[in-house]
Write a protein that binds this ligand. Structure first.
Ligand SMILES: [Zn+2]
Length: 235
């Protein structure tokens, strides 16, 4: 099974390719949105891509159909008892009245104290500030640890920026500037490390071609499970 990526008009599409003893090429969309292609042995990649591009409208329809069943995180209300994620674990909110804005993890709870705990905007602001601070502390720690493991391969980034990104978990510029999505602080450490390794692999391979996935697979054989967990938790 190989992870492949095709770039076509208007975007790119990742798909999993396997070869089998069969006469025709089969394209399927799995409930998690993965596109799986099973091709007869020896089919050239160009021909496979051609077939996929021809089926793109159908693939998009299938993906949209399955997407409606994907679990979505409900919109947060910022009221007591509600659960919020931190490093992949759910914590219940306990709201307290306090002069100063303060958030702490205590006895398995996320304890938020604000001047007016019945005001969701105050709770939200306090939590956002806390997440931002935790991200500023924990994400660079993970980057340093992961970086140490791959430095011997010549994968060294130049600097790190943490900010809220709309549609991606991270990015790597050609000059080695790593950017991580601040919201990763809600994900399990195993998934945070996956995103960091994924981005560091881009220092060797800018695109998502076969060489990129070979390197990722070698460094992190269970990367797909880590990615799936990230997407499931933070959908
Ligand atoms: Zn990438």
């Amino acid at each position: 099974m190989h992870q492949q990526q095709i770039v076509h008009r208007g975007g790119s599409l990742a798909f999993r390719l396997s070869f089998a003893d069969r006469k025709t090429l089969a394209i399927s969309v799995l409930p998690d949105g993965t596109v799986a292609v099973s091709a007869p042995q020896g089919t050239p990649l160009s021909k496979i891509e051609q077939r996929i591009v021809a089926r793109l409208p159908w693939i998009d329809r299938q993906k949209a159909y399955f997407a409606q069943f994907m679990p979505r995180s409900p919109a947060r209300q910022y009221v007591g008892g509600e659960t919020h994620l931190y490093l992949g674990r759910q914590y219940r909110l306990r709201l307290e009245q306090g002069e100063d804005r303060n958030v702490r993890l205590y006895a398995g709870r996320l304890v938020v104290s604000v001047p007016e705990p019945d005001r969701p905007d105050q709770v939200r602001e306090a939590l956002e500030a806390w997440y931002a601070e935790r991200a500023r502390i924990r994400l660079p720690e993970r980057v340093a640890l992961v970086q140490d493991q791959v430095r011997h391969l010549g994968l060294s980034h130049s600097d790190l920026t943490i900010r809220t990104l709309r549609r991606r978990w991270g990015s790597m510029s050609p000059s080695g500037r790593l950017t991580l999505n601040r919201n990763l602080i809600k994900a399990p450490i195993s998934s945070i490390d996956y995103v960091i390794i994924h981005e560091l692999c881009h220092l060797a391979h800018a695109d998502h071609g076969p060489a990129f996935y070979r390197m990722l697979q070698r460094l992190l054989p269970d990367w797909e499970a880590r990615k799936a967990r990230l997407e499931r938790l933070l959908a």
